[in-house]
Design a protein around this ligand. Structure first.
Ligand SMILES: Cc1cc2nc3c(=O)[nH]c(=O)nc-3n(C[C@H](O)[C@H](O)[C@H](O)COP(=O)(O)OP(=O)(O)OC[C@H]3O[C@@H](n4cnc5c(N)ncnc54)[C@H](O)[C@@H]3O)c2cc1C
Length: 400
């Protein structure tokens, strides 16, 4: 995502030098969000996942080298090496290597039928096992695990969703998390919280998961969705500063200024420290920002964090950064399926999560971007319409 957007932006800005995009995947830059949603359900053909068509790259003289892994970077010589040994000189490099799923070190994790989800191939393998009545266990009820569980349930599978925390989607605050738990249960997903799988068993392929209290859950598919790690190995070997991500400044520059980083891999300065995002919106914005920074001075990257997820036809959107310990305000009624939660610090709005309530999300974004201070006691007067307006025009990636 970040690399695709960066190449687009470089050409938009008039850069007319040679531009090469390497990817170790066999296809052009593409969208991942549908891989746990429409694509996994079989409702979206693979061709619709592309960020841009092959014609776009050809017309814009972007040489895309698919199935080509970059294995080395030498900052002193300004060269990069691809698998097979070919070396190329560069003036600027953007590292947009994304992240890779974590596989917990439990016995049986490599059995056939135990999958993680990052690529089209992963989604294809998972979909093959999502047959009517198939028994599926999803480990981890964050964004990805919750979506996969909902998709599997909608496809007629028997689903167990196993979460170590107290609720699914805990990162979005307890109100939204409790609502999500109700949705899973209402749709027939067996949600098991405060527990985890300690062993996966099977002769030849996975047949059961064993939980920490000894419960055995028979299953033909386990989808592990317990988080991802930034792909920092290349940066580390090149001597760049790395700390759970490649450290960059506000212009996406790493500790070697000709090498930039964007997307899941990049760790940016933020008030009080650094931050890294593993979401679609920041990946594409950072890709564009990095392209601008390659060509001239830019202001520091300062886009508001934004993330969305989909659950049983509901859209959940968050803008800002949710802090679990801070008290939340609730507007609307979760039981109605349309509500909003907010976190304020003094009068400053820090985060908003809107469930099927796009007008509230839009209002919150405007308040945050303009720096408007709110009076928590007058919240219902300051944003009265947005709590009740029907949702329209969701800001999510809609490909179907
Ligand atoms: C299934 C799924 C669903 C998601 N749904 C949502 C969602 O609903 N909402 C949301 O906000 N976000 C979602 N995300 C997250 C979002 O897709 C990512 O944040 C985004 O793709 C990150 O973009 P990126 O450019 O950093 O990395 P990627 O899109 O992962 O691209 C990195 C590319 O670099 C390649 N690469 C890695 N190492 C090398 C190398 N050495 N040489 C050559 N190529 C290499 C990788 O193979 C990959 O093609 C989802 C992610 C997944 C996996």
């Amino acid at each position: 995502m970040a690399a695709g957007r960066a190449t687009e932006r470089l050409r938009e800005l008039g850069f007319d030098g040679p531009l090469v995009l390497f990817t170790d995947e066999p296809r052009l830059p593409h969208e991942r969000p549908p891989l746990s949603k429409q694509y996994l359900r079989g409702k979206l053909p693979e061709g619709r996942l592309l960020v841009r068509s092959a014609a776009f790259y050809a017309e814009n003289a972007v040489e895309v080298r698919t199935s080509t892994r970059v294995v080395g970077l030498s900052p002193p010589e300004r060269t990069l090496t691809v698998a097979g040994g070919e070396r190329l000189r560069y003036d600027r490099v953007l590292l947009a290597l994304g992240s890779e799923p974590v596989r917990p070190a439990i016995p049986g994790r490599d059995l056939p039928g135990v999958e993680t989800l990052r690529t089209v191939e992963d989604a294809d393998r998972i979909r093959e096992r999502l047959r009517l009545g198939a028994r599926v266990l999803v480990l981890g009820a964050g964004f990805l695990g919750s979506e996969v569980a909902a998709t599997a349930q909608e496809m007629g599978c028997e689903v167990h969703l196993v979460e170590a925390g107290e609720l699914p989607l805990g990162a979005l605050g307890s109100e939204v998390a409790a609502w999500a738990a109700d949705r899973h249960r209402e749709h027939g997903v067996r949600l098991l919280t405060s527990t985890t799988a300690t062993r996966l068993e099977g002769q030849g392929e996975v047949e059961a998961a064993v939980l920490d209290d000894g419960t055995v859950i028979p299953c033909e598919l386990v989808v592990v969705a317990v988080g991802a790690r930034p792909r920092v190995q290349l940066a580390q070997r090149a001597g760049l500063r790395v700390r759970d991500g490649v450290l960059v400044d506000g212009a996406c520059r790493t500790s070697v200024p000709e090498i930039l980083a964007a997307g899941d891999i990049a760790r940016f300065p933020s008030p009080g420290g650094t931050t890294r995002s593993e979401h679609w919106d920041s990946a594409q914005l950072q890709g564009r920002h990095a392209a601008e920074a390659m060509l001239g001075p830019v202001q520091d990257f300062a886009a508001l964090p934004y993330v969305w997820t989909e659950l049983y036809g509901s859209t959940v959107q968050q803008v800002g950064t949710w802090a679990p310990a801070r008290p939340a305000l609730l507007r609307g009624d979760p039981a109605s399926g349309r509500f909003t939660t907010l976190q304020l610090d003094g009068g400053r709005l820090l985060a908003c999560v809107a469930v099927n309530q796009y007008p509230a999300l839009k209002w919150a974004r405007q308040v945050m971007e303009s720096g408007t201070l709110l009076d928590p006691d007058k919240l219902d007067q300051e944003g009265p319409r947005v709590w009740s307006e029907p949702s329209s025009g969701p800001m999510t990636l809609r490909l179907d």
